[in-house]
Design a protein around this ligand. Structure first.
Ligand code: NAD
Length: 506
């Protein structure tokens, strides 16, 4: 086996960043951080508790109430956001190296994620400069206009699957809107998030605008969700965690944006371009190690091409290069953590009694340590099977045949999730009808997930609440106050006056 890759200058301790300073937890608590190839602890991280969240929220509140950030002109904020994007791009290689080391994502894919993170900042810099708001005229009587205001301290809670990119996906619109933030990154992968502090400082972000508290979800995350001075929470993670957050946010009636789990269908009709569909259906579930919310993890295939599809798909899955995430030839790396590896492996075992194993089914040969799972393909999976219904979040796919459009739609919609759907057909009418009836927040026709940043992002059913993306993200982080201006004399019924009484009598 190849020698274990160790990035240079790896930190051995990761701190919080509060009010412009790197600090430990007040009580000194820490947790261990491991890398998924050796499964050994390489660092400790400060484990935030309620009192650490209190400090971070106090800093963010002060920066919001007294600092320049919410009051800057959009162009001034945009300049800083563009500097952040430049810095992310400039250290793309280092960022990707650390991300891959911490998360097990293949290095080529981590590099793509780092560039996407930069693009998120550039996109929202452009958007706020171009932003304008509604004005509504009632001739001779009224003008009404929208006074858009940042809401305040945004609590951002993120998962471990593409940590840095998903943090940028929340940080960029929150900061662009003029909010100040407290970020609680995922505890499995705190490494790349520790780079934000320097990036923001160098770009000139005022102290207190960005704060980061590491820690476990039930401690630091929970305290952030329950904090009375945090009016909105943007959360990405599991559906069950989202439900807990929803309950806990109710007391203070917080604004919530929830990007949750998925079990998205990839539907391949007999008239599809089969080679393109196979390429895409492989990439759609095995990229990012299958740890991808929009993974097309259920492939529904029309009966006429079912056998051919299964055979070709499985042959390709067996050829996927699994191995050292730092090797640029690797297509599937190591799963993030032994806990998650055990969960995915338990589904592989369940799948053996629920479907016909066509590829994978355990550890890849020659990789005896590290969280490696061979790309696993099950065919003939019934819709009631657990591997059809439940999110596995690993390199495991279920293939199911269908006879006609109605059955395909029923199968596609027959799960509790509704994040994405991918449809492969050459028939325009079918494609659009299917797209409009499938229960998914996002639909791709003849493609995997390739997303224009202006489009809405989010799921329906158990996959989420609310849509972010483009100006919808700005809407989430801002309040649209309506200001009504009277142009003439306002018509007012004169309650309690003589004329009013006369009018009533008349
Ligand atoms: P998770 O729900 O376990 O954790 C996500 C974050 O929530 C972490 O930072 C965690 O510490 C925190 N957390 C946990 N319990 C909390 C609590 N009680 N209060 C506050 N915060 C708490 O999810 P995960 O395992 O890190 O990520 C994988 C999941 O994320 C999958 O279900 C995946 O589909 C989903 N995901 C969704 C999207 C999307 O856009 N829809 C994108 C990426 C990942």
């Amino acid at each position: 086996m190849a020698e274990h890759y160790l990035p240079e200058n790896l930190p051995t301790h990761i701190q919080h960043y509060i009010d412009g300073k790197k600090v430990d937890s007040i009580g000194g608590a820490t947790f261990d951080v491991l890398d998924p190839v050796s499964n050994t602890n390489y660092a400790t991280a400060a484990a935030g508790q309620k009192e650490d969240i209190d400090l971070a929220v106090a800093a963010a509140t002060k920066a919001f109430n007294e600092g320049p950030w919410p009051r800057m002109k959009p162009r001034e904020r945009a300049r800083i956001l563009n500097k952040i994007a430049d810095a992310v791009e400039a250290q793309e290689a280092r960022l990707a190296e650390l991300e891959t080391f911490d998360s097990g994502l293949p290095i080529t894919q981590s590099r793509g994620q780092a560039l996407r993170a930069a693009e998120n900042f550039r996109f929202f810099a452009d958007l706020i400069v171009a932003q304008f708001d509604d004005a509504m005229k009632v001739p001779g009587a009224q003008i009404n206009y929208v006074n858009r205001k940042p809401i305040g301290v945004a609590g951002l809670i993120t998962p471990w699957n593409t940590p840095f990119m998903l943090e940028s996906w929340k940080l960029a619109p929150a900061l662009a809107s003029g909010c100040t933030v407290v970020l609680k990154p995922a505890e499995f992968t705190p490494l790349s998030a520790s780079l934000w502090a320097t990036i923001f400082e160098d770009a000139g972000l005022p102290h207190g605008v960005f704060n980061l508290v590491n820690g476990l979800g039930e401690d630091a995350g929970d305290a952030l969700v329950k904090h009375p001075d945090v009016p909105l929470i943007s959360f990405t993670g599991e559906t069950t965690t989202g439900q807990t957050i929803f309950r806990n946010a109710a007391t203070n009636l917080k604004g919530l944006s929830m990007e949750l789990g998925g079990k998205s269908p990839c539907v391949v009709f007999a008239d599809a371009d089969l080679d393109a569909a196979i390429d895409s259906a492989l990439f759609g579930v095995f990229s990012l190690n299958g740890e991808r919310c929009t993974a097309g993890s259920r492939i529904l295939v029309e009966r006429a091409i079912y056998d051919e599809f299964c055979e070709k798909y499985a042959a390709r899955a067996k050829n996927i290069v699994v191995g050292d995430p730092h090797d640029s030839k690797t297509e599937v790396g190591a799963l993030v953590h032994p806990e998650h590896y055990n969960k995915v492996m338990s589904y592989v075992e369940i799948g053996k009694s629920e479907g016909r194993l066509l590829a994978g089914g355990g550890r890849p040969e020659g990789l005896d340590t590290g969280n490696y799972v061979a790309p696993t393909v099950f065919a003939d999976v019934k819709p009631e099977a657990r591997i059809f219904q439940e999110e596995i979040f690993g390199p495991v796919v279920a293939i199911t045949p269908f006879e006609n459009d109605d059955e395909a739609l029923a199968l596609a919609n027959g799960v509790r999730y509704g994040l994405a759907a991918y449809i492969w057909t050459q028939n325009l009418t079918r494609a659009h009808n299917f797209a409009q009836n499938v229960e998914a927040g996002m639909v791709w026709l003849n493609s995997h997930n390739v997303r224009d940043l202006r489009t809405p992002f989010g799921g329906v059913k158990a996959s989420g609440l609310g849509h972010e993306g483009g100006f919808r993200s700005i809407d989430f982080y801002t309040d649209q106050q309506a200001v009504h201006i009277t142009l003439g004399t306002v018509h007012t019924p004169k309650f309690g006056s003589v004329e009013a009484a006369a009018t009533l009598e008349g």
